[in-house]
Design a protein around this ligand. Sequence first.
Ligand SMILES: CC(C)(COP(=O)(O)OP(=O)(O)OC[C@H]1O[C@@H](n2cnc3c(N)ncnc32)[C@H](O)[C@@H]1OP(=O)(O)O)[C@@H](O)C(=O)NCCC(=O)NCCS
Length: 178
Amino acid sequence: MTTKSPCLTRLVEVGAAHIDQLATLLIDCVEGGASVSFMHPLTRERASAFWRSVALDVAAGQRALWIAEDEGGVCGSVQLSFDLPENQPHRADLAKMLVHRRARRRGVGAQLLEAAEAYARDIGKLLLVLDSVTGGDGARLYERHGWQRVGDIPSYALFPQGGLCSTTYYYRRLDLPF
Ligand SMILES: CC(C)(COP(=O)(O)OP(=O)(O)OC[C@H]1O[C@@H](n2cnc3c(N)ncnc32)[C@H](O)[C@@H]1OP(=O)(O)O)[C@@H](O)C(=O)NCCC(=O)NCCS
């Protein structure tokens, strides 16, 4: 267990070293049972391919990406996607909130969430939307930070080791106080 506070960065360019460490992060979360689009076992090749596509979106300005780093390298990440229909320029989707198991329960997720919300506010977004496993660690994080629960969709996705899970949709108005 590390104790130093992680350092947060918004990446404007995502290089090979970052992709490698982000792949390690994603593999760790999937191994730990997080339902984040991928099934177990997640190969390094597939995980790296995912982050390479994220890197292209970041370069194209369609996505913002934050990393948290500790002594072991990248220990957390979150994204905002702006790749939305033309009638929704005022909002963004928050996605892939990931904290490595070695770094959990010391506020990294909260810091990533606050950074993404602050940036969205700075660039004039009024509304954020996300979905998260019903009753999961992510759901508690979002509810603690004032996200409004919309509702649950049963049997929405699979857990990485199998078995259906429900998802909960949340939104966060950025034009209103917490
Ligand atoms: C969801 C997730 C990102 C949370 O990350 P995290 O860094 O552990 O989040 P935080 O540390 O901010 O909060 C987690 C818990 O630690 C507690 N905590 C925060 N700082 C703490 C500290 N210094 N000491 C003790 N507890 C602390 C929080 O109160 C919270 O408690 P709770 O879960 O009982 O409500 C992480 O569990 C994760 O990556 N899960 C797998 C991927 C996933 O499911 N992502 C969500 C996709 S939508």
